[in-house]
Design a protein around this ligand. Structure first.
Ligand code: SAM
Length: 271
């Protein structure tokens, strides 16, 4: 994901979900009078960090957004200037030296719509644990499953696109075909040392009002598009929409509906 401009205009679903989850969970978190340091992992274009997360936080001293993509970090840094907010490049799946990221660690770590990109969930959760101060809390929100990823699989089996999608399995979330994703995540978090305050994967729906909105939303997050010659990209997107419709996402009135489970994990590093 590198096209920040497209993402920022096509992420209505992600913003809707971040707002719903924040509204429910922020009041359940413990807030200090001062000294909160907040990390947003996989901040992307930075609009969720700046426009949704920051205004809803009861108290803020410092917020840092991190993302694996330099393009995203550059866009976020240029677009959202604020003296309490900074952005930097960081891959949450690699081993991370927490004290290099922030000398005292963070009191809260948030992550929205990022961890379904991560294969090594153990390393990622271990990094988040180490980035937190003792007693700190994390709220992790990401796709447990979505028909989008079955569409990727189906597209990769087509002769024309196979050569660009040989590593498709890397882009299918580890929980996509699991019967009880929340239990697996909860067990892993406990094994790493977290107190699991709650971990669920409730069912969500989101309606895309027309094909163009859906097309842009798919385009903004598609990891394969940049590999496809530019004169074939429109055809790739057209076929992607057809494959998605076969997965019962299309409604009769031209709208499309995404039906998915969203992992919502609220964890605490013990004191
Ligand atoms: C769909 S965007 C979500 C952006 C934002 N949090 C939101 O809710 O709109 C997912 C972001 O996760 C980032 N990402 C993927 N893998 C990552 C990793 N291993 N470490 C850090 N960021 C990662 C991508 O670069 C992308 O910007």
């Amino acid at each position: 994901m590198e096209n920040a401009e497209l993402y920022v205009s096509s992420n209505a679903l992600q913003k809707r979900d971040a707002l719903l989850v924040l509204t429910e969970f922020l009041p359940q978190m413990g807030w200090q009078e001062e000294g909160e340091t907040i990390l947003d992992v996989g901040c992307g274009s930075g609009d969720v960090t700046h426009n949704l997360l920051m205004p809803l936080l009861p108290r803020v001293e410092q917020v840092m957004g991190v993302d694996v993509s330099n393009d995203m970090v550059n866009f976020a840094s240029k677009t959202f200037l604020h003296n309490s907010l900074s952005f930097r490049q960081l891959d949450i799946e690699r081993s991370v030296q927490p004290r290099v990221v922030h000398p005292d660690g963070f009191t809260k770590v948030f992550s929205f719509y990022c961890l379904h990109w991560v294969r090594d969930q153990r390393q990622c959760l271990t990094n988040i644990f180490n980035l937190l101060q003792p007693g700190g809390e994390t709220l992790l929100v990401f796709l447990a499953n979505n028909p989008l990823f079955d569409m990727y699989q189906n597209m990769s089996e087509k002769t024309q696109w196979n050569q660009y999608m040989q590593d498709v399995s890397k882009f299918i979330p580890v929980y996509q075909h699991k019967a009880n994703p929340a239990q697996i995540m909860s067990d892993l978090a406990e094994d790493i040392g977290f107190n699991v305050i709650s971990c669920d994967a409730p069912y969500f729906e989101f309606t895309f009002q027309n094909a163009n909105i859906l097309r842009n939303a798919i385009k903004a997050v598609n990891p394969f598009l940049k590999r496809i010659p530019s004169d074939q990209q429109n055809e790739f997107l057209r076929e992607s929409l057809i494959e998605l419709a076969k997965l019962k996402t299309k409604m009769n009135d031209g709208k499309s509906v995404a039906r998915y489970n969203l992992m919502i994990a609220h964890l605490q590093r013990p004191e």
